[in-house]
Design a protein around this ligand. Structure first.
Ligand SMILES: Cc1cc2nc3c(=O)[nH]c(=O)nc-3n(C[C@H](O)[C@H](O)[C@H](O)COP(=O)(O)OP(=O)(O)OC[C@H]3O[C@@H](n4cnc5c(N)ncnc54)[C@H](O)[C@@H]3O)c2cc1C
Length: 432
């Protein structure tokens, strides 16, 4: 079939690759210049900055890593220790740094001050969380939000808000308040897996290496947003801003759904629009820069992940120190990515600011997805939707790939990559 894929994020590219390999004729349409998924990548002092940076746990990103393995892209392990600092009125003070123990590989507190001031409360909090997670997965009612989970279990405040919520904030990258409305289950699965201690993996060559392979042999028309999708007779007319148009047998829309009414025919697709507009998204700025004020004041405390928060946990930000996680940046000027900065970043040190859209999940998302998948099954359907938002669980790259796999199943396309294990090669530049 002749198929148009709208959007070249992870979901669109994975769909395009799978359907192309199944023998279909694919055209991708992308609003941004180049390929959507790596359109914000920056080259800095000959090194690679992925924006956003992508790291993956082998259990939680199973399908994404299998797809990378299928495409011949090796991975390398990265260490994601963290440092947490209080933002006081007149100073910043690091109160927690972590490393992992040699035996058991569980996270341990690395700084004396942290142990002295908060050690017992952090250990207590960790044990309380483990017990609470255990009880949750044994309980019958797992259909609760994270806020409800928190109300049911007492967990030390400094551990929960100072060490756990920042990690969830890194994954969810939405307003910290919104995280409370998320279903607890996928977040707790995530936390359980993370505390098990498997190293996170990154793709060699970063996001561009993956995109190169995903898009190989597929036509992409980029730099022009789709403005119209209309069903005509037995086909679907697709038109973009520059007026290019073409007819297709099927269309897969792999964009966020908040602006879907700007291009879907409002009468033909009224029911789809009504459903899709209920999925929620948030926007935020990712600032790429060289201002070290986002790191702990003392160099010895620097870690890959630097969390900063006020003592009331009302202002918080996280920063990734890119040189310690990307081999091509080792030995170069320290460079950082800060998500939604709440501290001042020197404008002269900003390399780029990227506005990113992020799907957020609430108690309605599972039901909405069920309704969408049911709609997809109707026999005369020619238009389908996917994206990290259209999957139960966390809206990450993995859910984007999983949503593409749902589309593949509808088309009867083989999923040859499933089950392949990622090739892991140590990056010697990182020194571990
Ligand atoms: C700061 C941050 C950090 C993150 N870190 C991670 C991480 O470490 N690991 C992880 O797994 N996930 C991470 N994520 C989430 C992950 O990036 C997303 O879940 C994933 O990229 C979503 O992919 P997608 O294909 O569903 O959507 P998108 O990436 O949003 O792709 C949609 C594409 O459609 C295009 N488009 C939109 N409208 C039109 C139109 N009208 N016509 C043509 N094209 C259009 C857009 O330009 C875009 O390229 C992070 C997200 C953020 C914000």
């Amino acid at each position: 079939m002749k198929i148009a894929v709208i959007g070249s994020g992870m979901a669109g590219l994975a769909t395009a690759r799978i359907l192309k390999d199944a023998g279909h004729d694919i055209t991708i349409f992308e609003a941004l210049a180049g390929r959507g998924m790596d359109s914000h990548t920056v080259i800095f002092e000959d090194g690679l900055i992925d924006a956003p940076l992508r790291v993956m746990n082998p259990h939680l990103w199973k399908n994404t890593l299998s797809l990378a393995a299928y495409l011949g892209i090796p991975t390398f392990p990265v260490r994601t220790y963290m440092a947490c600092s209080w933002l006081f009125e007149n100073k910043t003070e690091t109160w927690l740094t972590t490393t992992r123990s040699r035996i058991g590989n569980f996270p341990i507190i690395n700084n004396r001050k942290g142990i002295k001031q908060y050690g017992w409360r952090l250990v207590k909090g960790m044990l309380q969380l483990k017990t609470a997670i255990h009880q949750f997965f044994k309980s019958k009612n797992q259909d609760i939000t994270l806020a409800e989970f928190m109300n049911q279990h007492h967990i030390e405040e400094v551990f929960w808000h100072g060490a756990v919520m920042p990690v969830l904030y890194t994954i969810c990258t939405c307003n910290p308040k919104t995280i409370g409305e998320w279903p607890a289950k996928p977040l707790l699965i995530f936390l359980r897996q993370l505390t098990d201690g498997d190293a996170l993996l990154r793709l060699q060559g970063g996001t561009p290496a993956l995109v190169d392979k995903l898009i190989q042999g597929i036509e992409i028309r980029s730099g022009s947003a789709i403005t119209q999708i209309t069903e005509k007779d037995d086909q679907i007319l697709v038109m973009n801003e520059t007026g290019e148009n073409d007819y297709f047998d099927r269309v897969v829309v792999a964009t966020p759904t908040n602006k879907i009414d700007e291009f879907l025919d409002p009468i033909q697709f009224a029911d789809d629009i009504a459903l899709l507009k209920q999925f929620r998204f948030e926007q935020g700025d990712l600032v790429i820069h060289t201002d070290p004020s986002v790191m702990p004041p003392q160099r010895k405390d620097w870690a890959v992940l630097s969390y900063m928060m006020d003592r009331q946990f009302t202002r918080q930000q996280f920063t990734v120190w890119l040189n310690s996680i990307e081999p091509s940046l080792v030995g170069k000027t320290p460079v950082f990515q800060t998500w939604r900065p709440v501290t001042d970043i020197d404008p002269k040190k900003i390399i780029s600011t990227v506005t990113l859209n992020r799907a957020v999940v609430d108690s309605k998302t599972v039901a909405l997805n069920k309704a969408l998948q049911e709609r997809h099954r109707s026999l005369d359907r020619k238009i389908f939707y996917c994206g990290s938002w259209s999957c139960d669980g966390l809206p990450i790259l993995e859910s984007a790939v999983t949503s593409a796999m749902h589309i593949a199943e509808i088309f009867g396309a083989p999923l040859d990559f499933v089950g392949l294990k990622p090739k892991v090669e140590v990056a010697p530049e990182l020194g571990y």
